[in-house]
Each structure stands twice: as structure tokens, then as C-alpha cells.
Design a protein around this ligand. Structure first.
Ligand code: HEC
Length: 128
């Protein structure tokens, strides 16, 4: 009887090993989470702000492409410029330093996606 119990509990232990648990999704950092909230409120009107989808404004690059184009530092500078004077066809949108840091954390957390080659008019990003 004792042996049977041992075998049963061993079988149970083996069964729980045999069914691998799916890896939990990577939790977003609190900063990235705030960045997402801010992006949904302030940027999603023109940009696709998550990994999928197309921007509402065809000229506005999806954030996952922005992620592909920029290093974190370049992104910070680009956001600072956007906050002051806009960017090309993008109007200035005031952001605090904390909001920019959150946005950088969020955009850096995205899976980068490639985008169609930029038209020649977008060469203004040079130097960033
Ligand atoms: C009214 C529409 C609109 C809104 C709202 C908007 N954008 Fe844009 N954004 C654009 C357009 C259009 C471009 C492409 C500009 C160009 O290259 O001429 C752009 C470009 C960008 C770029 C690319 C700049 C680069 O250096 O490659 C970044 C980054 C960006 N936007 C961030 C943001 C963030 C962050 C927000 C929210 C705070 C935001 N945008 C809200 C229209 C918008």
C-alpha cells in the first residue's frame, strides 16, 4: 500500500513535469506601462503605438518602426525636438522629461518592425 502511494505521487510529479507551462509574457516595466498610456492618449491619433497595425495618419511611422530607426538616445533627442518644435509634418506636442523617459522605455520595449523606405523628404532626421 505504501509503495502504491509512492508510485502514485511519483506519477503525479512526472505528469506535472511533462506538461510544460507556457512562459509568462514579459511584464512591462512600470515606466514602459506609463509610456504606453501616454502614447495611447497623445500619439495614437496619428501613430500605430503598439507592435501591430497601421498608423491612422499614413505619414506617421508606427512606433515599432521608430524603434527600429533609433537608438534610445536618438529617440530621446527626437522626442525633445518634437516637444519643442514638432518634427517634419508632425506638430509640436509638449511633453515633460518624465513623459519622454516613459515613452522611450515603452518604445524600446517594442519588437522592432521594418517599414517601407522613407520618402526623400524624411532625410530631415539626419543628425539625430
Ligand atoms: C497630428 C498627428 C500626430 C500626432 C498626434 C503625433 N505624431 Fe508623431 N509624427 C507624425 C507625422 C506625420 C510624422 C512624420 C513626420 C515627418 O517625418 O515628416 C511623425 C513622426 C514621429 C516620429 C519620428 C521622428 C523621427 O525622428 O524619426 C516620432 C518619434 C514621433 N512622431 C513621436 C510621436 C509621439 C511620441 C507622439 C505623442 C506624444 C506623436 N508622435 C504624436 C504625426 C503625429
Amino acid at each position: 500500500m505504501r509503495d502504491a502511494l509512492i508510485i502514485l505521487s511519483l506519477a503525479g510529479a512526472l505528469a506535472s513535469c511533462a506538461t510544460p507551462q507556457p512562459a509568462p509574457p514579459q511584464p512591462m516595466s512600470p515606466a514602459a506601462e506609463r509610456g504606453l498610456q501616454f502614447a495611447v492618449r497623445s500619439c495614437a491619433g496619428c501613430h500605430a503605438v503598439d507592435s501591430a497595425g497601421h498608423s491612422a495618419n499614413a505619414v506617421a511611422p508606427p512606433f515599432a518602426s521608430v524603434r527600429m530607426r533609433h537608438t534610445a538616445i536618438g529617440l530621446e533627442r527626437s522626442l525633445a525636438q518634437i516637444s519643442r518644435e514638432g518634427h517634419g509634418e508632425m506638430p509640436p506636442i509638449y511633453m515633460t522629461a518624465a513623459e519622454m523617459a516613459d515613452l522611450v522605455a515603452y518604445i524600446e520595449s517594442l519588437e522592432p518592425i521594418a517599414e517601407a523606405p522613407a520618402p526623400a523628404t524624411q532625410v530631415r532626421t539626419a543628425g539625430l
